[in-house]
Design a protein around this ligand. Structure first.
Ligand SMILES: [Zn+2]
Length: 73
């Protein structure tokens, strides 16, 4: 059974939903496991994004997300 990745638009909680293609085609009732909001969106191809990855900032240097080094010239 394929697994679909979603994130909650309300609390940004990432979660996975298992469903057959037939179930998916019919329209899934998907809701956030954390806040039960149904305002969720499917994530495509974001396997590399993991929770807790902001630890990487402790290594020093620039965090591209904050742009502390400014744009490259
Ligand atoms: Zn949520």
């Amino acid at each position: 059974m394929p697994i679909y990745e979603y994130t909650c638009n309300y609390c940004d909680e990432p979660f996975e939903v298992q469903a057959t293609l037939a179930e998916k085609a019919k329209g899934l009732d998907v809701w956030c496991p954390k806040c039960a909001n149904q305002d969720v969106q499917q994530v495509f191809g974001s396997v590399l994004m993991r929770r807790g990855s902001n630890k990487a900032r402790t290594g020093g240097g620039c965090d591209p997300a904050t742009g502390c080094c400014g744009p490259r010239r």
